[in-house]
Design a protein around this ligand. Structure first.
Ligand code: R5P
Length: 294
């Protein structure tokens, strides 16, 4: 291991120089094989380069959370606006129509629950054969950099990437923030880069200050998680800032399914992600949509 003394904090991100994309629209993926590119194209729209993911995997450690009580009723309302459904195999197999026409981000790690103090220890719960059977477009693995479960989570990630490379299924590294850690750009720069260097094909993380530097130093696309429920206008500003600063999509959960108007909220987010709408335009669109519904 390198001597850690005298390492300076990185600062030269060349924000004015675009990443060399090669001949493919997904960052860092130009040299992958056909199958990987096909699945990444299912996730990231070839025109905008971006994606609207809907995260409803919360049940894997939280049980039935408010807004996700009836997936069979909720999911069909969102299909016009989202590109990717991110869920567990249990939720997908029981409550989502195979003919839904959406890409699938399959949650493959689990093992923690809200009843534990330490949520950072997980296992690979879904093997590659089942990911193949589910025709998953990527496998989502939780990582806990800086937490007690760091080593086992990076073991889960690496094993999943190894299997994913064998069958051309991309891996999404999900950055968790432990209780003792702060959501600083320094933490997210460290965590996203580690996960990318281990071979993740896309990364889900949180928005923070200096986000454009995190994007610049991360050689694969980043999608931003929504986090706790915000007022709709604030959630759309978070979405707008994320895309403006270089995210290639949103992977929102609570800010969609806990909204009073989930379908209209998802449609407003789509405007930002794929149509370059500002947060103001998207909020006006949202208000118009809910007035039209009432
Ligand atoms: C993360 O561990 C969860 O599985 C969710 O996928 C993630 O937190 C995104 O959902 P939300 O936008 O509600 O934070």
């Amino acid at each position: 291991m390198a001597d850690l003394d005298n390492f300076k904090i990185a600062k030269n991100y060349h924000l004015d120089v675009p990443f060399e994309m090669g001949n493919f629209h997904v960052k860092g993926s130009a040299h992958l094989d056909w199958g990987m590119k096909k699945r990444l194209s299912n996730l990231f729209d070839p025109k905008s380069g971006n994606t609207v993911m809907f995260a409803f995997d919360h049940g894997y450690f939280m049980g039935s959370v408010s807004g996700l009580e009836r997936l069979d009723i909720l999911i069909p309302q969102l299909l016009d606006s989202v590109d990717v459904l991110m869920g567990t195999r249990g939720a997908l197999r029981t409550s989502v129509a195979p003919a839904c026409g959406k890409s699938i981000a399959l949650r493959t790690t689990s093992g923690s629950s809200m009843l534990n103090d330490d949520l950072s220890h997980e296992i690979i719960a879904v093997d590659i054969q089942d990911a193949v059977r589910m025709n998953a477009d990527c496998m989502a693995v939780q990582t806990f950099i800086g937490a007690d479960g760091q080593l086992s989570s990076l073991d889960n990630l690496s094993r999943t990437i190894n299997e994913g490379l064998r069958y051309s299924i991309p891996t999404m590294g999900v950055i968790a923030v432990g209780k003792q850690l702060e959501r600083t750009d320094r933490f997210f720069k460290l965590a996203t880069r580690i996960v990318a260097e281990l071979g993740a094909n896309l990364i889900k993380t949180y928005y923070c200050d200096n986000f454009e530097e995190i994007v610049a130093a991360c050689p694969v696309p980043i999608v931003v998680a929504g986090g706790k429920k915000l007022p709709e206008q604030e959630a759309l500003t978070l979405a707008y800032q994320s895309i403006r600063d270089g995210a290639h999509g949103l992977d929102m959960g609570r800010n969609i399914f806990q909204s009073q108007y989930p379908a209209q909220m998802a449609a407003a987010i789509r405007k930002i992600v794929h149509e370059k709408a500002t947060d103001k335009e998207a909020y006006e669109f949202y208000l118009d949509a809910i007035h039209a519904k009432e």
